[in-house]
Design a protein around this ligand. Sequence first.
Ligand code: DUC
Ligand code: ZN
Ligand code: ZN
Length: 478
Amino acid sequence: MSAEFDLVVRNAKVATASDTFMSDIGVAGGQIVQLGVKLSKGAREIDAEGRITTPGGIDAHCHFDQPIPPPARMADDFESGTRSAACGGTTTVIPFAAQQKGGSLRAAVDDYHRRANGRASIDYGFHLIVTDPTPEVVANELPALIAQGYSSFKIYMTYDDLKLDDGQILRLLALARSHGAMAMLHAENTECIAWLTENLLEAGLTAPRYHATSRPMLVEREATHRAISLAELVDVPVLIVHVSGREAVEQIQWARSRGLTVLSETCPQYLFLTADDLGIDDGYKGAKCVCSPPPRDAANQQVIWGALADGTFTVFSSDHAPFSFDDDLGKKPGGGEVAFPYIPNGIPGLETRLPLLYSEGVLTGRISLNRFVELTATNPAKTYGLHPRKGTIAIGSDADIVVWDEHRTPLTNSMLHHAVDYTPYEGWALDAWPAYTIARGDVVWDGRQFLGTPGRGWFLPRGLPTIVPRKPPGNGGK
Ligand code: DUC
Ligand code: ZN
Ligand code: ZN
């Protein structure tokens, strides 16, 4: 008799965003088709031995093979990026197709498909980055792309090659409202950063640690408040990405207390790193931890933990932005040590995102297991139009599943599968790592080796966000 299932995961302690229960998981055709005990035989069987089993992670904020101004280039492409994600328990990624100023959004999407085609080993969608909201982009390109499954876009309030002014942001927020898309805001005040940077450079203060001095909490707080105000004016939900500390958290909580739908994201670097990791002297090693917003201090880390536990944060993403340290395309652009404004921003974190949060959040009791699932899989799926196909363990959902092993592993970069030459968490002891990552029914990681193949990942056209009720178009939608 042929097996009823392609795969059965037996004796799993399944955790969803709401429940934890013992079950076998029956998989056929890449989907979960049955949950229950004593399921009949599968062509392949995995015994979870009572271990915690969660939906595969969705990393809804990561960058790879994104064209950026020379001389820097991202170390990871779709092949190494998705391989690394899979080995750390992530089964879906949503990186960014970035419009070039003066270029079309459609061209950016076409180019990004060429970069992904045949390379991704897990499923992927694309967010858009809008850097040049011309009348053509706003009236035609963006609405058409939203309808075709690119239902979220990022707006930058800083970085010369990416930033938009308030008027441009308002027009894009109005479009998000009328088309039901999700606007993601990078909130830092660009003029304050430019002024502080100029002063620091004039004073000869160029070491990596001054990156943090040039982007204090105040610049994030002000821009977060402004982003919230612009969204209130338009009456549209927004998501503030990579929130780093107390003052921005307070703005989000204040907005919620006024009844506004302001979603938010934080990332591992704001839980596990501080500004000291950018250097306590003028050494260059701190370039490894240069990212924006910068990591803050221990008190701010505690606020971020609190906001993860109390529901303030909607999603937990890596903001993986891969630049090798000893690399003239990476943290030493042009071949040497450079002043802090010229260090490419970003740190690697795709593969360590889930093991770090599981170890330091779930196993220490800082967040519940169900909240872990909500932050890392279910809410990203709902926020970005992938639920219920992705982000949960339910009949009819894709069989994206992680079985967790709880044992101490000392982390070294040599264990990781990205193309970056360091991890900021070198030497950390992690207490959990995926024993299996299963992506649409295929075992892509078995606790020892990567078993996926480039090209097995599918592009996912996404629906509209379902985490917030859709508003009918009103004045803001004009
Ligand atoms: N900041 C961003 O906004 N994106 C990529 C990396 C970073 O540090
Ligand atoms: Zn950003
Ligand atoms: Zn980013």
